[in-house]
Design a protein around this ligand. Structure first.
Ligand code: SAM
Length: 290
């Protein structure tokens, strides 16, 4: 109990009491701004009937807020030095499980069964460690977990890439993967002063609302993502040149015709194609055996 964790004074007290030293290599920047926490928690739309998975609870600034709003909270933390601190500061909350693990090596389907069965919905809510943001997001998206939304603090530049529309430099494989599964919505931009210690970059909170169905229908998801990756293999190259690597150089002329037949000029670059165009392209390449 006591005062909220997410204030500069309480955070400094906890750190001093436990002789904690920050590990930059683990992306440890702790939130000390209550208003930002309000926005994160509101974006997750939690209720007593819902669960929250937190990745990287740190000293519990966000965890405590989730515990007050959600029926059940599981918080996965890699740093063993933080486990006793979390058990201490969260002692009053009976609905929180602190799990000592690397989230990238955690069987999340099993965690779901153990922690969240019977709940109405579960969201991932986290201030992510920036050195592993993309692998964590990709794991959450690709594993087909029954999650309602992902509300995360990330580098501002990464949030912009997730939400980017076709045509700009921010649009790429991450935008397409995120938008295939989810609808992104920027919640707020966060200055570095909201953290102890302050990171070197601006941050942003983004909400990824899970779609009931993927944004486009494709017969073979793996192939769709192979085509997307090939299209962005060398950003300066045209689509025709990048895809030739996939189709085989000897079929380049044929590939050009195929692209034109679905109204995509081979001189365009991958970054101009919508998800719908990538889906049409995947089907056409598949039919042509490329
Ligand atoms: N949630 C806290 C807050 O907002 O104040 C801390 C956020 S801090 C940006 C990221 C946290 O993720 C740190 O506590 C760090 O130790 C933890 N972490 C880093 N890599 C991790 C991993 N692979 N699995 C689980 N936790 C990790």
């Amino acid at each position: 109990g006591g005062a909220d964790i997410a204030t500069p004074n309480r955070t400094k007290d906890i750190i001093r009491k436990h002789n904690f030293t920050f590990k930059k290599s683990l992306g440890q920047n702790f939130l000390v701004d209550k208003n930002i926490l309000d926005k994160i928690v509101a974006a997750a739309g939690l209720t007593e009937a819902k669960g929250a998975l937190e990745i990287g609870p740190g000293i519990g600034a966000l965890t405590e807020r989730l515990a007050r709003e959600a029926g059940r909270v599981a918080a996965v933390e890699i740093d063993n030095r933080l486990i006793p601190i979390l058990r201490d500061v969260l002692a009053d909350y009976g609905n929180v499980s602190v799990v000592h693990a690397d989230v990238l090596k955690t069987d999340l389907h099993r965690l779901w069964e153990e922690q969240f069965s019977g709940l109405e919905g579960v969201s991932v809510v986290a201030n992510l460690p920036y050195y592993v943001t993309t692998p964590i997001i990709m794991k959450l998206l690709e594993e087909g977990l029954p999650l309602e939304s992902i509300v995360v603090m990330v580098q501002k530049e990464v949030a912009e890439r997730m939400a980017a529309k076709p045509g700009g430099k921010d649009y790429g494989t991450l935008s397409i993967a995120v938008q295939y599964y989810c609808e992104p919505e920027l919640v707020c931009v966060v200055p570095s002063g909201a953290f102890i210690p302050a990171p070197n970059v601006d941050s942003a909170v983004i909400r990824l609302g899970r779609r009931a169905e993927p944004a486009v229908a494709v017969a073979d998801e793996a192939r769709f993502f192979r085509v997307v990756h090939a299209a962005f293999a060398q950003r300066r190259k045209t689509l025709g040149n990048n895809l030739a690597a996939l189709a085989g150089k000897e079929r380049k002329a044929e590939l050009g015709e195929l692209l034109r037949s679905i109204d995509i000029e081979p001189e365009r670059r991958g970054e101009t194609l919508s998800l719908q165009e990538f889906a049409a392209l995947t089907e056409a390449l598949s039919e042509a055996g490329m």
